[in-house]
Every structure is written in structure tokens, then in C-alpha cells.
Write a protein that binds this ligand. Structure first.
Ligand code: ZN
Ligand code: ZN
Length: 231
């Protein structure tokens, strides 16, 4: 094509190299070196050139995507903070609506009799099925990994627990990454609306004030760490 590349290489200075194509988005002519490329998923290596898109428009699009990811991340962060506040408010009100998680198991006693052994666990507010991963050791077979989605809840200490403690395997159990904090927060909001009527407002206010005081109190600075658990 007869035009020169119209992309700016500096403020007010155009590239000027013989153009190769015109961008479908911004309609400017661009040269081969100002062409957009499809890249590997990590964004580091070029794979194939994109015929009708310039590198400027691609960079802007990447930026928008990053902004979207950051906005989503801040919604998740806000949900995490809100979950802490809701748990504190519910705790201050006596943790209403929490389900008991105590279990009673029969064991063989002496002389052929059976006895019932009761174990008490912290009650928890149910938040629905959540994916858990388990790592457990089987003699002679070694470490096994499995995952499932048992009914899960949050205790008044903010701990995530399996509602039926018998489902927790011996070994290592942990909630799978990438669980839906925004969804969990919505469930707790509903729970709080249901169980915290207007009479308890003063308690809520107190809990909130206590929470913010705790949050605003100067804390020891932590060393910056690379973030690995992006949800
Ligand atoms: Zn363009
Ligand atoms: Zn150019």
C-alpha cells in the first residue's frame, strides 16, 4: 500500500516507514514492526502476526484487560474484608443461625458393650459446597491426593470448616484455591440480614467500630512478599 506508517514513535513524530496494512480499529496505516501479534498465553513470545491490527491498539486492549483483572481483584479483596466484618457482627450477636457440628460415634467398650463417644466441634454458618483438596498417606502406597466438594461453613473465628467433621480425612486438608469469595460474601450478607434484625443494630455498630479501630491501629510493617495466591 502507498501510505507510510502513521503510528507515533514519540510525541508528535510518526514512524514513517512504508506501511504494510491499515488497522481495522483505528484506521491508521502501520508498518511491519507496528503490527499486532498473537502471543503465547504468558504474553512473552510472539506466535502469529495479526493482519489488520496495529501494535498501539493491541497495547491499549491489553491495558484494558489488565484494568478489568485489577478491578475484579479489588472486588474479591473487598469481599474478603466484608466477610471478616460480617463474621464479627454475627459473633457479637451470639453467632445466630450457626449449625452444630458435634458428632456421636459408637465404640466398642469392654465386655462386648458399646459406648457412645461425643466429640464437639465449633458450630459453623453453612456457605454451601466448596472444593477441598486432601493429601493423605496410605501405608505402603504413599501419599494420595483427592478433592471433593463437601458442605462447608465458617466458624465464629472465621475458619472455613467441613460441616460434617467426619468427612475430614486424616492428613492434610485445605480449601482449594480459586473459591468464590464474592459468592461466600453474598451468602453471609443474606444470613446476616435474616438473623440480625434491627434490635441488634447497636451491637453491629459496636462490632464495626471495634473492627475499624483494630484495622486503623498501626501495625508492624511486613516485608513485601511476592503474591502467589491470586484468586
Ligand atoms: Zn490501530
Ligand atoms: Zn511503523
Amino acid at each position: 500500500m502507498g501510505a507510510d506508517c502513521e503510528l507515533e514513535i514519540a510525541q508528535g513524530t510518526r514512524c514513517g516507514i512504508a506501511a504494510y496494512e491499515r488497522c481495522a480499529e483505528c484506521r491508521r496505516a502501520f508498518c511491519r514492526s507496528h503490527q499486532a501479534w498473537e502471543r503465547t498465553p504468558d504474553g512473552t513470545k510472539r506466535v502469529t502476526p495479526i493482519e489488520d491490527w496495529c501494535s498501539d491498539c493491541q497495547a491499549r486492549s491489553d491495558e484494558r484487560a489488565e484494568v478489568r483483572v485489577a478491578a475484579n481483584q479489588s472486588r474479591i479483596d473487598a469481599a474478603k474484608v466484608r466477610i471478616v466484618v460480617l463474621i464479627q457482627q454475627l459473633d457479637a450477636a451470639g453467632f445466630p443461625g450457626a449449625a452444630k457440628r458435634n458428632i456421636a460415634e459408637t465404640e466398642k467398650g469392654s465386655f462386648g458393650r458399646t459406648k457412645t463417644v461425643k466429640t464437639e466441634y465449633d458450630p459453623a454458618i453453612p456457605i454451601g459446597p466448596v472444593q477441598w483438596d486432601h493429601l493423605y498417606n496410605i501405608p505402603r502406597e504413599g501419599w494420595q491426593h483427592s478433592s471433593d466438594r463437601p458442605e462447608t461453613g465458617i466458624t465464629r473465628r472465621g475458619e472455613y470448616v467441613v460441616m460434617d467433621p467426619r468427612l475430614t480425612r486424616a492428613g492434610k486438608n485445605w480449601m482449594a484455591k480459586g473459591h468464590n469469595f464474592i459468592g461466600i460474601c453474598a451468602i453471609l450478607e443474606d444470613h446476616a440480614r435474616k438473623y440480625l434484625p434491627g434490635l441488634r443494630r447497636s451491637l453491629l455498630l459496636l462490632a464495626r467500630v471495634r473492627y475499624w479501630i483494630r484495622l486503623l491501629r498501626p501495625r508492624q510493617r511486613e516485608e513485601p512478599r511476592p503474591r502467589t495466591d491470586r484468586h
